[in-house]
Design a protein around this ligand. Structure first.
Ligand SMILES: [Fe+2]
Length: 203
């Protein structure tokens, strides 16, 4: 159970804004809060932008690009990072925090893969022997914190999950989006994708 206070600022700003204003608020938040370290190689913002760029380059849908860009928002909302990068010591369930926070604004096609991107790592480590070896050292460490391999029952249960294919694909982009110094487009490159995904009653 997470006991850390969430930052209400972004949700307040998004509630009050029209569609363009919601995207403005999201992008400003990513740019401001994303300056903290994701791991030893990249900042949160660089990681978000690289993950979105991978989704885009793979021909991903607007929903896939949007979930890629926003998948680690939960890390920023609980301010669990600091400049020393000691954030992996405690599992704060950032994936659930981010998905719930975004739920009023985006459909399940986006929030479900976000909420599953951590268990998707557990799933991939369970079903794909080569996958674990491909992880970064920070990601290997967090895998242990996040529960390690699934047993048969957990795996069978997880395979019933809606949007599992989207979640697993998001996870693979997530793992690749950690390249130091990579030149990728900024947040505005994804404005149309994010706009297209806002819930109709929020548009
Ligand atoms: Fe990530």
């Amino acid at each position: 159970m997470n006991t850390h206070a969430l930052d209400p600022l972004l949700a307040d700003q998004m509630q009050a804004a029209d569609a363009d204003g919601k995207v403005d608020a999201l992008f400003a938040y990513l740019e401001q809060k994303g300056a903290s370290n994701y791991d030893e190689q990249v900042t949160q913002l660089e990681h978000a932008l690289q993950t979105a760029a991978l989704a885009k380059a793979a021909g991903g849908t607007a929903a896939q690009v949007t979930s890629a860009l926003l998948h680690d928002l939960g890390h920023m909302l609980v301010c669990e990072h600091n400049a020393e990068g000691d954030f992996l010591a405690e599992d704060l369930e950032h994936e659930v925090i981010g998905a719930k926070y975004l739920d009023p604004f985006f459909p399940p096609e986006i929030t479900v893969p976000i909420s599953l991107h951590v268990p998707s790592k557990r799933y991939l480590c369970t079903v794909d022997p080569d996958y674990y070896d491909s992880l970064s050292s920070a990601s290997k460490h967090s895998f242990v914190v996040q529960g390690g391999k699934m047993d048969d029952e957990q795996r069978a249960e997880f395979e019933k999950t809606p949007h599992l294919d989207l979640a697993v694909q998001l996870r693979r982009w997530d793992d690749e989006g950690k390249v130091m110094g990579l030149d990728v487009p900024g947040v505005q490159a994804y404005r149309d994708d994010v706009l297209a995904c806002l819930k109709v009653d929020q548009g």
